[in-house]
Each structure stands twice: as structure tokens, then as C-alpha cells.
Ligand binder design. Sequence first.
Ligand code: KIV
Ligand code: NA
Length: 270
Amino acid sequence: RKTAPMPDDIRAMKGGTPIVSLTAYTTPMAQMMDDHCDFVLVGDSVGMVLHGLPSTLGVTMEMMVMHGRAVARGLSKAMMVVDMPFGSYEETPAQAFRNAAILMAETGAGAVKLEGGQHMADTIAFLVARGIPVMAHIGLTPQSINTLGGYKVQGRDDQADMLMADAQAVTDAGAFSVVLEKVPARLADRITAEIAIPTIGIGASAGCDGQILVVDDMLGLFTTFKPKFVKRFGNLGRDGEAAIKAYADEVRARHFPAPEHTFAEKAPGK
Ligand code: KIV
Ligand code: NA
């Protein structure tokens, strides 16, 4: 593919080759994934992953704009989606539109993502009707951690119908896809079969229409905790610390910088 897909292209991938996505927060990370992902999410996980916040609740519009702009500079083939941060969209559809428009205009994102099912359906419809493609996010919604009572699996037992209704509500509201986070695999498969838009799983099922992970988690760079659903495809945290230790040792031994890293007094060729 030569140009970035549009939300409708992502929607059309329903039931086909799985949609590949990761989060990114910086230009070099975005460049690394541009050839391999269908879309890249500037997740509000940036607060925990890059800024050391204890949850995503402290993430601001300013942070999303800044990281969105950085990621945009690294992408030419993958679509970019930006998360709406906590407090920027829940109050009214008008508030959500105002802030979604800022995110789209200032970052060049092709779509926004927001958390919530049935209770956010009116807002999703309001945004879509006014030109803003929306990716929904249901199941474990980290911005509601204080009312959910922890990072627990969602949709188990008698919660399953509720989650199915959430998936149907965001579909009917016009979302072009929906993230299913930390839900039982069989329920994720049932939702995927039932709704007309692609499901993007994280801690869900290989049967979803696509997958997403937090890039620093899958690279082994964010090691503060590892959810069960994360697979570490690399160990950059360990490798990075080893590199930093080697640097410290070489500086203390005056082995770095070596002659090839220094400059002669005379300009070359003089
Ligand atoms: O913020 C984030 O990284 C996300 C993904 C995990 C879906 O919302
Ligand atoms: Na998020």
C-alpha cells in the first residue's frame, strides 16, 4: 500500500486479513511501524508509558496534541488514530466535538478513539455526523479504572450481554471499528461474529478482526508491570540497561570516547 488507509478502508477489512496496529508516541517509533501496521494509535497510555503517571487519568489534550504531531511526522503509509484523553469528551457531545476537532486539526489524525459503549453512543453519532471518524473502545476502559475497581477482565458471566449491547450500540452509532480490551476470548469471538464493524483485540481473541498492543510493552521497554495479554516480542528494557551500563563503565575507564569519536585540530585535507 502506498498511501495511508482511511477509516472506511479499515472498516472494509472486517472478516479479512487481520488488521495490525500498535501504539506510538514518538517519531522514530512511528517510523519503525509505518511499513507494518494498518493504523497506529497515539494512545493515552502515553501517560503511563512515557510520563510515569500512575494511570491514564492525568493525560491532557496538550500531551495528546504534542505526541500526535510527533507520530504524524513518522507516518506516511499507516493511518493515525488519536485517543481522546479523560475529561475531554464525557460531558456533552458538543464538548467532545470541540476537543476531537482540535486533535484532528492539530495532529492530522484520521480518526479519534474514545472509551465507552452504550452511554457514549450519542456522542459517537454526534461526532460521525459532523465529519469525525470514531474508533470505540469497550470492555476494560482504563479511564474508568476508579469505578471498575481495578484492571479486571470485563464481560464475564452476567456482564456478557451488557458488553454485547455496548458493541452493538457503538456500531449503530457509526463507529468504524471498536477496541475490545480484556474480555473473554469466546465473548470476543461472539461480538466479532455479531457486529458489522471490525473488532480490534487487546487481551481478547485471535478471532478478532485485528490486534493492538502498547508498543513499549511488546518491545519489553515498559517493564513496570506486564499484563497477561502482553507478549514480549523483544527485551529492549534489558538490552537498553546493558547498553547504558557499558557506556558508564567505558566513560569511567576513559575508553569512551575513543580516537575515532574525536576531532583533529587541523581540518581534513589541509
Ligand atoms: O491507550 C492505549 O494504548 C490504548 C490501547 C491499549 C488500545 O487505548
Ligand atoms: Na487508551
